[in-house]
Design a protein around this ligand. Sequence first.
Ligand code: GLN
Length: 450
Amino acid sequence: LSVTDLVDASYTRIHDVDDRINAFLTLNEEAARTRAKQLDESGTGGLLYGMPIGVKDNIVTKDLRTTCASKILEGFTPLHDATVVQKLNDQGSVTIGKINMDEFAMGSSNENSAYATVRNPWNTDHVPGGSSGGSAAAVAAGEVLFALGSDTGGSIRQPAAYCGVVGLKPTYGRVSRFGLVAFASSLDQIGPLTRNVEDNAYLLQTIAGHDSYDATSANLDVPEYTAALTGDVKGLKIAVPKEYLAEGVDPAVKEKVLAALKELERLGATWDEVSLPHSKYALATYYLLSSSEASANLARFDGVRYGLRTDNADNLIDMYKQTRSEGFGDEVKRRIMLGTFALSSGYYDAYYKKAQKARTLIKKDFEDIFENYDVVIGPTTPTTAFKVGENTKDPLTMYANDILTIPVNLAGVPGISVPCGTIDGLPVGLQIIGKHFDEATVYRVAHAFE
Ligand code: GLN
């Protein structure tokens, strides 16, 4: 099998199915085929030699259109690669195209893309999750073997769960954010979506590590993740937060999670029920902090520096206003308004500062548990994938989708979603959460269970 064959197979599949899935926003076909030929000629490897990969469209790619699924970036072509893309290229992978998402990664269903709603390959009446729904769907539909996503409050794990693939949010600081278009800088992490845990470990291996271009990237050695895939979980101590199996979680999902725990028990692990007492504040804390950060980060889209500029303005201030009114979608505007309000003088202490304090408590809940346990386990989402259109009328119900993934971002710890069965033909995800920088143990448990 040559690299050209692999790349061919990827595009054939995309041309066959993507008009029903809408996972791709931009195909890189000509450049990818040229690269495949070069890789075949050189015949030399790298960890991901010849592997077709899709890149979420909020990760910048040199000379390849990057939209964040927003109209405001119309016509924007980056001048450089994100660090993760550079690392992929160094390890021999082939970028097949740029992947659809919720606009600026704000959403849980991919219905916020300015271009097209992504569909769940298991049942196209249902959403694939979001905001990395395109990445999860592309892997699930066999369009690419590997995809990169980003996770600010669950955007890798929730779509992975809904589409029956493996998705990891690394520890904050494990992977460079240089070249990731910022949504909420203190929460955003890039991570891998793949068909199985082993592939996932290879992809993380490729993209992890310190980067002098990202001051928040950790200067720590990257372990060999595949070495952790031993299948051995004997003696491992698992904590199961009672809040993760409480009211609001579909009993059928709960049953799948309990069956997964039973299987891990059979393999020699033990589990206890614990509590994350402050997790009830996680949703409010997240939406305050992430919207505050977003309101600052998105100020750069002003019609001057990138992409779209309105034709309907006769002075500068008007141009800013009109460009932003025309370029941003409703959800992005909602977040910018919420964040601007929370940061405004007179409200800052009551909202932003309070949320920072709550974040510290949520983080401490995890630290306390990890003094006695190796991993925390629960469902990734309270239900399986909902129907397209079902939650669009009410942003608050939509936000509630991330109730089980958001605490992990607030604490900065790593979390993975692995498939653990199906309900009525739709996949369920098991979430495994680890200590800071201990992705290896997360992978070990995920692989043993898989
Ligand atoms: N669904 C969450 C939100 O809309 C999480 C998004 C993300 O992780 N990028 O903010």
